[in-house]
Design a protein around this ligand. Structure first.
Ligand code: SAM
Length: 327
């Protein structure tokens, strides 16, 4: 069992398959990151991913989400999914959606039923500005393809006050006739992404904007949920808000992370990492390292800031960029 000193049991592991991405989202993969920032040469092999995950599963991990970077740009992504399908866990994936049509059959064979797709604007031109690539039509087609194939589809939308916040009601309109679940994510600070308070559009601001267009009702939330869920009565889908910055949900956190270079993070904002891959390559037992890393998890937000720190200077946070951690 993976329990920390605040008695939180950890059953959910997010595994980054790569820190490469085919998109250049301003908030995640800033173009001005220094050369050599990425760690491709040292990424976990398929066998190493399998071996490390095997230990986590023995310790009670019940859900694994593959992420990145963009997990579907990794050449052996299909092999990894099939290898992991043997574990008695819920296997899920987060993707930017661009290559989903090449993976539908693999998802099915590997038992992946839940796919999160990132989409930050319903305006193709704005989407191009945010992502740096003209892939809007492909992503929309692939969301439809997932729905036609009965996948549980969540759309992840990072909301930035000065960029796409006014589109929130348009995203909710998508849930009228489609069983999609849109999740509005408060913009979070990471290395190099130029976060500042002015760009943050909070949970309260989102609900106030939504309330001017729709009557909505809250839905039940489980203790480990990171998103507050809502629904417009009569609509097929739902919407949710991930309020990491204005109302963090650390008390019920059950998540751990493994970066593509085999470092374990006990929190998205943790300052420190446990080098699991080097230990594995040295032939050491990795379980004590994993347990120690879980035990040392800070009470909230990696111990780096608190929800009231809206004047936070993001340059003081010790962390990698989101693309490099695995979102
Ligand atoms: N490439 C995949 C994708 O686009 O979904 C997976 C990796 S991406 C890092 C995972 C999630 O992190 C995406 O939904 C993305 O929107 C979110 N994300 C990245 N940077 C973020 C930030 N600064 N604040 C909030 N969410 C962020």
């Amino acid at each position: 069992m993976l329990t920390d000193q605040f008695n939180r049991l950890h059953t959910y592991l997010r595994v980054s398959l790569t820190d490469k991405c085919n998109l250049r989202c301003t908030y995640c993969n800033p173009i001005d990151l220094p050369k050599g920032y990425f760690s491709q040469t040292n990424k976990m092999s398929v066998d190493e991913i399998d071996a490390i995950i095997g230990v986590f599963v023995q310790q009670g991990i019940k859900k694994i989400r593959l992420t990145g970077g963009e997990p579907l740009v990794r050449k052996d992504a299909k092999e990894i999914m099939m290898r992991l399908s043997k574990y008695p866990v819920e296997l899920a994936i987060t993707t930017n959606g661009v290559f989903v049509h090449e993976f539908i059959e693999t998802f099915k064979q590997a038992g992946i039923r839940s796919v999160n797709v990132s989409l930050d604007s319903l305006n193709p031109k704005r989407n191009l500005i945010i992502t740096g690539r003209d892939e809007y039509d492909t992503v929309r087609r692939n969301i439809d393809l997932l729905l036609e194939n009965n996948f549980h589809v969540k759309i992840n939308t990072v909301i930035m006050a000065d960029v796409n916040a006014p589109e929130i009601p348009d995203f909710i309109a998508l849930t009228r006739d489609h069983p999609v679940h849109v999740r509005f994510i408060e913009f979070m600070p990471f290395s190099g992404n130029h976060w500042n308070k002015g760009k943050l559009f909070t949970l309260d601001e989102m609900l106030s904007l939504i309330g001017s267009s729709y009557d909505y009702i809250p839905l039940h939330n489980d203790p480990h949920d990171t998103a507050l869920k809502y629904k417009v009565p009569g609509f097929m889908g739902t919407f949710a808000i991930i309020s990491t910055m204005s109302r963090p949900f650390c008390g019920g956190c059950n998540r751990l992370r493994l970066t593509t270079d085999g470092k374990m993070k006990n929190c998205l904002f943790s300052k420190t990492e446990a080098d699991i891959l080097s230990a594995l390559r040295n032939g050491d037992d990795i379980l004590p390292l994993i347990k120690e890393c879980v035990w040392n998890k800070a009470e909230a937000l990696g111990g780096q800031f608190t929800s009231v720190d809206k004047n936070l200077d993001s340059t003081t946070i010790i962390n990698r960029s989101m693309i490099n951690i695995g979102g």
